[in-house]
Design a protein around this ligand. Structure first.
Ligand SMILES: [Zn+2]
Length: 110
């Protein structure tokens, strides 16, 4: 996953090589992501800048309902495969994360 995201925050693109960084789980345990099968799916893990209270990670955690509509958080009641639920970036592009460790990024303006 670190390789997929090339040490950059997937949300804002900043390099996190020398900055606080954390791994955001799109389906946190509190939201029902307790099944082992889903806990380590690469489509559910994203590298973001900041901690749980700062940077992009902080923003995701502080605006959870907003994050849910943008794909950063996935409800345990969501029947769709997380691989089919895109992350919405601030610039309007969408990113699909796949369990094989790759991602598909929408071309800007497409
Ligand atoms: Zn960021």
């Amino acid at each position: 996953m670190l390789e997929r995201d090339r040490m950059r925050c997937i949300r804002c693109g900043v390099s996190v090589e020398h900055r606080p960084r954390s791994i955001h789980h799109r389906q946190p345990r509190g939201m029902g992501g307790t099944r082992l099968a889903s806990a380590h799916r690469l489509s559910l893990l994203v590298l973001v800048c900041g901690s749980g209270t700062t940077g992009c990670h902080g923003e995701i955690e502080s605006r959870r309902s907003h994050a849910r509509t943008l794909g950063w958080l996935i409800s345990k009641f969501e029947p769709a495969d997380p691989q089919t639920i895109p992350l919405h970036l601030d610039d309007g592009r969408r990113v699909w994360l796949l369990d094989d460790g790759t991602k598909t990024v929408e071309i800007a303006g497409a």
